[in-house]
Design a protein around this ligand. Structure first.
Ligand code: ZN
Ligand code: ZN
Length: 263
């Protein structure tokens, strides 16, 4: 009898052990589920990041605040691919070392640099010489596909067309077609340093460009130091025009030097 009791007792104990093991297994599988959930949520976060990276160039530029210029964001830099003094890859290196959020290298009439070097800190861009009626102007393009064949038609055919002012002023780019091509290449068209434009009426001039599809206007740039060119409009007037036509506001130093902090 004692033996039987012992057997029963032992079997009870065994059952308890088995129950405990089952419980542990359940707990582990519950943990697994949680881990899986975590893995899934990590995947989701990665997807979100990718979407953010690919966010519309308009939204990206709109997210920059006036105080971001020029210490964290500089959307107007020239390299040796046009008339700048810095190597393209050295500009990228400096921007990263200095902790810039975004920069744009906008060489005159060429995207050759962007075809050779890409980086997270870099926005693909270019600065075109063109005429709008009797006004000679510079048109910036941001967020473009640098391999777009339609936009390629508007690029410089020689090295001189990327450097010499005297050559560049003879540009025969049709402003309407150029803005369309920039849009076709997924980018936005921005009027560069508007205070330098020889437009007697800036409001009317910008209005005309807006009717051709202009998206933005360079507002934050070093007006006083800007290449010693006579000013035709004040910062206040330009801000008013930007607001009136609901244009995307951009900024940059138009740096042509070796050191991107100097302008
Ligand atoms: Zn310019
Ligand atoms: Zn420039």
């Amino acid at each position: 009898m004692k033996d039987t009791e012992e057997i029963i007792e032992n079997s009870k104990k065994e059952q308890e052990i088995v129950d405990e093991e089952i419980q542990q297994t359940e707990e582990i599988s519950e943990l697994d589920k949680n881990i899986n959930v975590d893995e899934n949520s990590t995947k989701d976060e990665t997807e979100v990041e990718t979407v953010e990276e690919k966010q519309d160039i308009r939204e990206l530029i709109k997210s920059f605040q006036p105080l971001d210029y020029f210490d964290f964001v500089n959307l107007h830099i020239h390299s040796k691919y046009s008339d700048g003094k810095a190597d393209f890859e050295d500009i990228i290196r400096q921007a990263k070392e200095l902790g810039y959020h975004k920069i744009a290298i906008c060489d005159h009439n060429t995207v050759e640099g962007h075809k050779h070097f890409q980086d997270d800190v870099l926005i693909p861009a270019v600065e075109f010489d063109c005429w709008c009626g009797y006004v000679f102007m510079h048109l910036l393009a941001y967020g473009i596909d640098v391999n777009n064949p339609v936009l390629d038609e508007f690029m410089a055919k020689s090295k001189k067309e990327t450097e010499a002012d005297i050559v560049r002023i003879w540009a025969r780019r049709d402003i309407k077609k150029l803005i369309n091509a920039i849009h076709e290449a997924g980018g936005i068209a921005v009027l560069a340093h508007p205070a330098c434009c020889w437009a007697l009426n800036l409001d009317k001039f910008v209005g005309k460009l807006v009717s051709y599809g202009l998206d933005g206007i360079e507002v934050h740039y070093p007006y006083r130091r800007h290449r010693a060119i006579i000013r035709f409009a004040s910062l206040r007037q330009i801000k008013d025009v930007a607001e009136k036509y609901n244009l995307i506001v951009t900024g940059g130093t138009d740096c042509h030097t070796r050191n991107i902090m100097a302008y």
